[in-house]
Design a protein around this ligand. Structure first.
Ligand SMILES: Cc1cc2nc3c(=O)[nH]c(=O)nc-3n(C[C@H](O)[C@H](O)[C@H](O)COP(=O)(O)O)c2cc1C
Length: 253
């Protein structure tokens, strides 16, 4: 791996955009970390390959287990590939919203750390229904769509033999995904990390031309936000941090 700056703009996703991050100087780190919320609605302003390259040039400094850097990013421009990903996203969104409407934590690991299945919810019927949720149906048409793939052979699943669904392997790819969103924020862009398409991973991987041994971690939509969230809903520290044990006193200053 070299530390070279990205090569010159290999061509635009649309019309050329700004050549430097527009508000990078103005954005302080505190705001970056507190106010980088999900954006699912974008203006028509194109995102250039140069912007995507700059974003990935920052994101690559994310940590990964053993510094394996197990990622590959496909910047999806072709309408046919976008359509295939969009279909995966929308189909899974239908399932997700139907499970949520039925009162479930969709795909939640609620029974001994595993997803117990949909129970009485008819997922086939959910998939066949129409979806009127522009926040999800438009994701694959965002100004930039990045499919983040992960090479399974480079992951160390330290929880592989535990009697629950794995969580550790993902820690080698999702910091990278999050760093993409932070870097996009520095470019004056916004976006959202989505995992809906993973529900139909074989279709998504085929559309992306992924070789064997790779998995789909996320599809990240990026663009200029129509609205930028300023106050994110998060629990205060004392609600999730304790001292000396899970049931210990709340950690307060
Ligand atoms: C691992 C992960 C998976 C996510 N998957 C989706 C998704 O498939 N679709 C989606 O619209 N948002 C997805 N999100 C975005 C979350 O819904 C969002 O971060 C959360 O609701 C908090 O909202 P905020 O980021 O605007 O504060 C995902 C976020 C993470 C971290």
């Amino acid at each position: 791996m070299t530390d070279a700056t990205p090569s010159p703009d290999p061509g635009p996703l649309g019309a050329p955009g700004p050549s430097a991050a527009p508000d990078a100087d103005a954005l302080d780190a505190d705001t970056l970390l507190r106010a980088t919320g999900s954006v699912r609605e974008f203006t028509d302003r194109p995102v250039t390959r140069a912007e995507v390259a700059r974003i990935l040039d920052l994101a690559r400094f994310a940590p990964s287990g053993g510094n394996q850097q197990p990622w590959h990013v496909v910047s999806v421009e072709a309408p046919a590939v976008r359509a295939a990903l969009g279909e995966c996203i929308v189909t899974a969104a239908k399932e997700y919203l139907t499970l949520r409407t039925a009162g479930q934590r969709p795909f939640g690991l609620t029974v001994h750390g595993r997803w117990p299945g949909p129970g009485p919810v008819d997922l086939a019927a959910a998939r066949a229904a129409d979806l009127d949720a522009p926040a999800f149906t438009g994701l694959a048409q965002a100004p930039a769509v990045l499919a983040v793939l992960v090479e399974l052979g480079k992951l160390a699943a330290m929880d592989a033999e535990l009697d629950r669904h794995g969580v550790v392997a993902g820690a080698s790819i999702y910091p990278f995904c999050w760093q993409i969103l932070l870097a996009a924020r520095l470019e004056g862009l916004g976006g959202v990390l989505t995992t809906f398409a993973v529900r139909d991973e074989p279709t998504a991987l085929a559309a992306l031309g992924a070789p064997p041994g790779w998995a789909l971690a996320a599809v990240i939509a990026l663009g200029e936000p129509v609205h930028r969230p300023t106050r994110l809903r998060r629990e205060p520290v004392a609600a999730f941090a304790t001292v000396d044990g899970f049931a210990g006193p709340a950690l307060t200053p």
